[in-house]
Structures are given as C-alpha cells and as structure tokens.
Design a protein around this ligand. Sequence first.
Ligand SMILES: C[S@@+](CC[C@H](N)C(=O)[O-])C[C@H]1O[C@@H](n2cnc3c(N)ncnc32)[C@H](O)[C@@H]1O
Length: 350
Amino acid sequence: MTHTAAVGSSRSSRPQVYDVSQGSEPCKIPAVGLTADQLDTALSVFHTYIPDSKLSNGISLGDTAAARQHSRFKTLSENIEHDDQGSDGSDYSENETWSCTCMSQGGVDDQYLCTAKDGDACDCVSEFGNFYSSLGDDSKRQLLKLDALPDRLPLVECSPECACRARCANRVSQLGVRAPLTVRPAVSGIGLGLFFSPATSVDLPKGTFISLYAGEYLTTVEARTRWKDQQSLEQSEGQGNYILSLKLPGETIHIDPRHRGNVGRFLNHSCDPNCVVHVVRWGAGQGWPRAATYTKRYVKPGEELTFDYANASGGPWTKEAKGDEHNDKRTRCLCGSTRCRGWMPYDETL
Ligand SMILES: C[S@@+](CC[C@H](N)C(=O)[O-])C[C@H]1O[C@@H](n2cnc3c(N)ncnc32)[C@H](O)[C@@H]1O
C-alpha cells in the first residue's frame, strides 16, 4: 500500500490529518508525527477497521441470530467451558435474553436514564449494579467507578435490546471512542502507541472509557496457530503479537486485532500503566464479553495510554516470561517505567 500524502511528513507541505478509525468512531483519531513508512504500516495493519469485535468468519456479534446459526460460532461455543451460572455471574445463561423496559421521558434528563435518575427502577441496574457515575460537568461523560467493581465480575451495560436506547447512561463502552486520542510513535520506540491528545490542557479523569480492544474472536486452536505465526513475525520483522486472551470464570476468549481491529490494538504494555482492561457485556446472557480499557488514574495531556498485559483478564492467566535463555516466548519489556519487570507477560496456554 502506498500513499502520496504523508501525515507529518516533509513530503507534504500541509500535513494531512488521517483518521485511523476511517470514520468508524464518533471522534476522529488522527495519526500524528508518523513518517510515510510508519503511516503505511499504521494503515496496512487494518485490512478492515472494525469498531466492535467480530467472529473470525466476519460475522458481527450484534447479529446474534446469524452468529448463533453459524458453525464457527458453535465451534467457539463448544470451546468454551460454561459454568452452571451465566458467565456474567448471574443466573442468566447465554441463551436467554435480558433487557430493561426503561423508556425515555424526553428532555435533557434522558442522558441519565437507567443510572443516575431512575437507577433503582431499571431492571438492568438493579440486577447487575450501577458502576458508572456522571462526571457532573457539561461533557455528560460517565466514569467507571473502578473502586466499587467486584473482583472478576464483568460489567453489564444495558443491551441493544433494552428500551432505553443510545442515550442511556448505562451504555458507555458501546458508544465508541469519545476521548481525544492520537496514534503516534510510541515513547519506548516500539512501533506506534495511543496517546491522550486534548485540544486544551485538561486531565483525563480516572475511570474514563478509552476504547474497546476489538478484533476477531478466535477459538483456542485458532489463537494458538496465529500466536505462533505472530511470534515468528515479531522475531523476524519486529512486528508485534496482538492476541489478547481473556480468561473469565468458565471461559476463555481470544481477541486478535491484527487483521481486523480497532484503535485499541495500538495500546502498548507498561508495568506501571495508566489504563486497565475490564470485561464488559452489553446485556446479560446474550451479551458477548468485550474487552474495554479505562483510565486507572488521572492522565495528563500528551501521555501515552498503556495497560498491563498481565492484568488483561483481571485474572492469573499470564506468566511473566523469565529471563531464561531457553524460553523462546520471552520478549524484553521496553516500557521504561521504574517498576519494569523486565519481560513482557504472555499467555502460557497459547
Ligand atoms: C498490541 S501491540 C501494541 C502496538 C504496537 N506497538 C504497534 O506498533 O502496533 C503489542 C505489541 O507491541 C509491542 N510492545 C507493546 N508493549 C511493549 C513493551 N512494553 N515492550 C516491548 N514491546 C512492546 C510488542 O511487539 C507487542 O507484541
């Protein structure tokens, strides 16, 4: 793939703002300060930009009926060991649907339906908890109450089937990227990274939704094959490994954004990160687990956004690679933090 106009390149007198999301997110995500080659890489990694994950055969998770019919879905489901309980920890199984009947009353307060205003009355919030709170400013932004989240329980937002629709305050991760972000060369020098880049000098509060880590859902068998391929690319061409494995109670989900993915694939690992990954379902039962990143502290303008790959699932699924010469899975961590553990975490089951 070649491009005649390069972002931030001396080849172009007026730098062009290239939206990495290709118009798929509510906010543009400019690529900034990239050489022509880096821009080519940033673009060519996305054969397709998808704001939400899909099955590896291209079927959208939102298309529940088609996803359930498809043999790939069945294979994936069979690969997942289910507990007696629903995997969101509730009494609802994957085959049941759950929705609230909250209806908008009209007016500006619509934004707060389901949580701040009618929280007690909303079926979803009263069943699964209210873990978002309003920032209370004009931005109408909802923050995740990180300290109130129960350990290892996925967040459940209102589902696409709920009557409250898009303005409900219990829908955050499903609305796409809203924080001002840019893709730039990573601070560590390891390829590209995702940065908080506001127009004015404001901090990003703790609990702000950044983006999903969206890609193709893989079976464990598919993930193993791709992991090996990506690992050899990493060694031969310096291209990274992108598969995120979410180990939930009773199930493991692998997400690969290398060929089809969203901007979350630019989030680098840090041993002292400013973001954290949480599993979010859009509705209980029928809701597939999404990996969503949120800030875990205040973030200053210009900071690179990172998360600890070892905490991706909130569980003990990863191992720190040891400095053992015979461990071919090890990759040096270049996060540069004073708490750096030296090696990148990896999922030993792949
Ligand atoms: C999800 S991608 C992150 C974006 C990547 N830097 C890029 O340019 O596309 C993960 C890959 O980035 C690299 N990476 C991320 N964090 C790193 C770190 N702390 N140290 C070394 N490499 C890292 C590794 O190659 C890893 O496999």
